[in-house]
Design a protein around this ligand. Sequence first.
Ligand code: ATP
Ligand code: MG
Length: 872
Amino acid sequence: MKSQDIRSKYLEFFKSKGHTIVPSAPMVLKNDPTLMFVNSGMAPFKEYFLGQAKPPNTRLTDSQKCLRVSGKHNDLEEVGYDTYHHTLFEMLGNWSFGDYFKKEAIAWCWELLTEVYGIDKDILYVTVFEGDKEDGTPMDQEAYDFWKEIVSEDRILMGNKKDNFWEMGDQGPCGPCSEIHVDIRSAEEKAKVDGKSLVNEDHPQVVEIWNLVFMQYNRKANGSLEMLPNKHIDTGMGFERLCMVMQGVQSNYDTDVFTPIIREIETISKTEYGKDEKVDVAIRVISDHVRAVAFSIADGQLPSNTGAGYVIRRILRRAVRYSFTFLDQKEPFIYRLVNVLSNKMGEAFPELKSQKQLIQNVIKEEEMSFLRTLDQGLVLLNGVIEHTSDTVVSGEKAFELYDTYGFPIDLTSLILREKGLELDEAGFHAAMEKQKSRSRSASEMSTDDWTVLIEDDIQEFVGYDTLVTPVKITRYRKVVSKKEGTMYQLVFNLTPFYPEGGGQVGDKGYIESPNGNVTYILDTKKENNVVYHLVKELPEDLNSVLKAGVDETQRYRTSCNHTATHLLHQALREILGEHVEQKGSAVHSKHLRFDFSHFSKVTNEQLQDIEDFVNARIEGKLPLQEQRNIPMQKAIDEGAMALFGEKYGDTVRAIRFGKSIELCGGTHVQNTSDIWHFKIKSESAVASGIRRIEAITNDAVREFYTDSSKIYFEVKELLNNAQDPIKALQNLQDENSNLKKQVEALLKEKAKNVKGELKNEIETIDGIQFLAKKVDLDAAGIKDLSFELGGTLENAFLVFGSEQNGKALLSCYISKSLVESHKLNAGQVVRELGKFIQGGGGGQPFFATAGGKKPEGIPEALEAAKNYVVKA
Ligand code: ATP
Ligand code: MG
């Protein structure tokens, strides 16, 4: 069965059991600060499990893109070496939110595997949670009994907390699970070793394919468990592993998910998969990593220097390293695989098709820059090797190469080994640990349980319509971090505060108690659909009705910038073309930033057109037209532009100003004329194919014009109030460059005179024409003088000293014939004389210069110069 059919059979099967099929959420989620990437099928549904939002149906099914490269789930280092762990993989899932539980989940799992897919029962094992004393959780008898009805008991195995108890994080919903394992070894091998003994033992042909999680507990901050009021089902089956079983092969990489990419790698790199283990590992690494990188770029996460972007950069670099070292690829080539990938997966994941060009450009650019780094790193490493007298190379030096220049440690040790040297690995790891613990302690954070004051599940946001309103605190908790110290998060029954999101900053403001005491709200954020307000101290009276007020000025300025961002987006598509896609934005009260795809620099004329376009819409006084809580599809049908990071089931808000329509949760002005004016401050590149515009509106523009005009008048005054200051400045510049020319000519003239005078001072010692003299010339003048004077002499040895701007300068000229006959070297002479002026330098055997910071040493240096000729 083809992989496409395997995927759709899964979804169709659960559809027939009353599930709604939903598309994969993006791998980078908005509004989930706890997770860098979606690493399991349940991550996008967290708020449903926590009861903080309502799912579109109590039964859902999907295939979710997952990335396991950071945090709790990190498989990166395994990838390539084994045949069944990937960085990016698809997790097929069926979900029950307070609907069916163990009985159905177990029965349907078995029906799908054995009847729909026709997998032989005799290659399957299932596991059941054995219980845990410390947690006080019993063995999962319920699950055991349901399995017993359909599976023979010798195939049901008991599993411990590590394998059979699933937790979302340190806190939150969790529960026991049952895993399905397959044994795809040959009959011969099975006869030798019982499959049962290989389950959960990291055998490449006895692997877990599906995990059924029965969420029935909530883990509290103190570690204790309580029963959940609603029980849920969360299942995850590795799609690539299922394909391996269904297609009768022994490795995920031998399925049709990977073979087209592998064939392409073989063709481009002229290698063959399956001949040499090192080459095979490299090919697996590259075929895996190109998927991870391409999918995350398509989801809006570009490689960068920090956070999630840095993780993506590292994955790509890992692929480059393997291709550089084992496939001998010294030129970018991974980007060339994107075509095959998009042909293969573009149907199931259309974002790969629509963004192919961008993905290719970004990968190619990254490859080029990392290959340059590798080149530089090789040079630096050679330097380190040259300076090592020992056979062991310092781990700290290797760490510096790795940390500062991104030069990979495995490459370092490989090169050292080739040269018969050794790397001090312990030293490397110690340096690494030291750095890690530095950054860990900076980000450490502890979060208490919520203290609930009032039961209230869905909190209302009223901040589009009002900025001041009475509220009650429904719950609060303490959060302590190194960076921010102790803070409290407050949740209200309703709130006028906009939580950070969609690129817009969170509102600040205050809450006021009945007795007039004020507590400042420093920021507002959202997590799992709950808006919380950050305060430094708890208000005294937590139970009374408080007056909550948003900082109006800041909100107003932010709204101006947000509306201007939409107009800018429209302008860009209108003026640069429809290929422009939003790649990120930041809306602050003081400025706005907009990143978008475009392949060349935006010219000054285009920038002017864009600014004019936006200002025309501001002058056009366009009113805000807002539609709240409409289904996403409806808004898109009406012409709204979809945003990245949005997921299925979100109801959206459509914001219209004239012809600009966007899906947006942010705050906006009532009329574009409120913005007053829009001004672009800069245009630059963020990555290959991604440009950034920074701009300001309203008060910031006023300030900008006030400042600019102040500078203008000051400049004008400096120019004696010239009528036309630009002309006056140009005149000054012209005058300046004329004067420069004259000075140069005069200096040349002076050097000539000096030459005439100096000629008389030359002393002849043993047939050498010697002169050591302090002159008043700059470096260029001294050089001219040396060559002109030296050119007229046979065996010249000339040393000049000069003091310029408090610094000392020394030069040495030796005729070529003298260099040879007397084995003299000007470079060596200046290096040695340089000591008198506390400096150093070098050059060629016949001419060299040195600079130093001690002009007082010049006479001594000149004195010492004579020794060379006397000695010679
Ligand atoms: P394993 O022990 O094999 O690493 P896991 O216990 O980490 O698996 P789960 O977190 O239960 O796996 O994920 C559910 C399913 O997702 C697994 O049964 C497996 O089929 C698949 N899966 C997990 N990690 C990966 C990965 N890195 N690459 C491909 N598939 C994976
Ligand atoms: Mg794992």
